[in-house]
Design a protein around this ligand. Structure first.
Ligand SMILES: Nc1ncnc2c1ncn2[C@@H]1O[C@H](COP(=O)(O)OP(=O)(O)O)[C@@H](O)[C@H]1O
Ligand SMILES: [Mg+2]
Length: 282
């Protein structure tokens, strides 16, 4: 459904995205995980035809993003990182406006607006001005708007940035229910847990480069599903093992002094990122 081949973007001397190659299957929820400045938004902007690649190619829903941008645009929905709703319009009016932009017939607009307001839980606020909405409500409306014209592929750029944990979970539920409907989702995030919880596969991106790509469980398994942290005199040593038993054994053996201690936990994608880059994501 989405295919990138050596997709690259330079802004002058700055290499924002370097030779990304991967594919996203129909119906998949795919996550690009990486720290701020990794090139996630730039990648989405190229895939959604908003900015031209410097080199390389990409196809969305079978269409080349540079050669056939209109065909691509017709088939995609975008919820950008920076909220771009019209605050002086109501929720319903924002959706209505979008439906008109996409030449949806009036009856279909009406039906879809009701459906989507219910889907994102904003029926009761449908006729309130968006400028009065909380951050979470705006994010939900942004997703509804992106879905208005029933796109085959949905791009979500940092869909929960800045939201509290409870609100974030509501957005996660929305994304999960999209999977059930067969929409292909490409989302970006710098939240480890979000990528782990939601994505069928995760591409870890750092400084414009794809440094790992697999399902969250497979990425962790490759490193070792259990992490032991051994503390001695203020230092932490981390080791990874396939089983909890092996991790416990290592900890017991290497935390013998009085000032030593250790703990065993499940490995997460942050560990994977640190192991690959030597830095933290968040
Ligand atoms: N319009 C632009 N002009 C110049 N540099 C840009 C522009 N947009 C992004 N960049 C740079 O490209 C790199 C990747 O940015 P971005 O794609 O926004 O990363 P992310 O979304 O992962 O935080 C950063 O170094 C950023 O400063
Ligand atoms: Mg970004």
């Amino acid at each position: 459904m989405i295919r990138l081949e050596a997709l690259t973007k330079y802004y002058g001397e700055i290499r924002a995205v370097h030779s990304l190659t991967f594919s996203v299957a129909r119906g998949e929820v795919f996550g690009l995980l990486g720290p701020n400045g990794a090139g996630k938004t730039t990648t989405i902007r190229m895939l959604t035809t908003l900015t031209k690649p410097t080199s390389g190619r990409a196809w969305v829903a079978g269409y080349d993003v540079v050669e056939e941008p209109l065909e691509v645009k017709r088939r995609i929905g975008i919820a950008p990182q920076h909220l771009n709703l019209d605050g002086e319009l109501t929720a319903r009016e924002n959706l209505e406006f979008h439906g008109r932009l996409y030449h949806m017939p009036r009856s279909e607009r009406r039906r879809r607006i009701e459906e989507l307001l219910a889907f994102v839980g904003l029926e009761e606020r449908a006729d309130d001005l968006v400028e009065k909405f909380s951050g979470g409500m705006k994010r939900r409306l942004l997703i509804a708007r992106a879905l208005m014209h029933s796109p085959e592929v949905l791009f979500l750029d940092e869909p929960t940035v800045g939201l509290d944990p409870a609100t974030r979970r509501k957005i996660w539920d929305l994304i999960r229910s999209l999977r059930g409907e067969g929409v292909t989702v490409l989302m970006t995030t710098h939240y480890i847990e979000e990528a782990e919880q939601l994505c069928d596969r995760v591409g870890i991106i750092d400084r414009g480069e794809l440094i790992a790509l697999d399902s969250p469980s497979q990425l962790k398994r490759r490193l070792g599903s259990f992490t032991v942290e051994v503390y001695h005199s203020g230092r932490v040593e981390r080791r990874f093992f396939p089983t909890r038993e092996e991790a416990l054994e290592y900890g017991a053996e290497h935390a013998r002094c009085d000032a030593c201690d250790f703990s065993v936990r499940e490995t997460n994608l942050e560990d994977v990122f640190i192991e690959l880059t030597g830095r933290r994501i968040e």
